[in-house]
Design a protein around this ligand. Structure first.
Ligand SMILES: Nc1ncnc2c1ncn2[C@@H]1O[C@H](COP(=O)(O)OP(=O)(O)OP(=O)(O)O)[C@@H](O)[C@H]1O
Ligand SMILES: [Mg+2]
Length: 121
């Protein structure tokens, strides 16, 4: 499951991932992968990967880091700034828009798997 998170700096992408992990029962600290680019988690029965590609320099850094291997069909992947790398296409796309108070989330599915997932919400 590949989930792209779109929205301006500070739109709440990391906060949303933190909320999802907490809802899955993860009790550890969820920090922004601003510098590490990737933070791995295990919660419930799921292996999750949280990417923030804002600071990715170029495609060669992506290749050298071995990030491609994370897209193994088993991990659930949340990707901030997906346009910065040749990441696989999204099953679900979440657009976050900053409002005067709070945020608006527009959630769309692009695949049958994504559609089935959103049906459960
Ligand atoms: N739904 C929300 N309502 C109000 N404030 C929010 C909401 N979501 C996040 N925030 C606040 O906005 C700030 C930025 O949030 P966050 O770090 O999650 O953004 P981000 O989209 O991941 O940014 P970046 O692109 O820099 O990684 C934080 O102070 C957070 O508390
Ligand atoms: Mg973030």
């Amino acid at each position: 499951m590949v989930i792209h998170l779109n929205g301006d700096l500070g739109a709440g992408k990391t906060s949303l991932v933190r909320g999802i992990l907490n809802a899955l029962g993860y009790t550890g600290r969820v920090k922004s992968p601003t510098y590490t680019l990737l933070e791995p988690y295990h919660a419930g029965r799921l292996d999750l990967r949280h990417f923030d590609l804002y600071r990715l320099r170029d495609e060669s850094e992506w290749e050298q880091a071995g990030f491609r291997d994370e897209f193994d069909g088993n991990n659930v992947l949340f990707i901030e700034w997906p346009e910065k790398a040749p990441v696989p296409p999204a099953d679900i796309v979440i657009d976050l828009i900053i409002l005067h108070q709070g945020r608006r989330a527009i959630i769309k599915s692009n695949t049958a798997a994504g559609k089935a997932c959103l049906k459960q919400l």
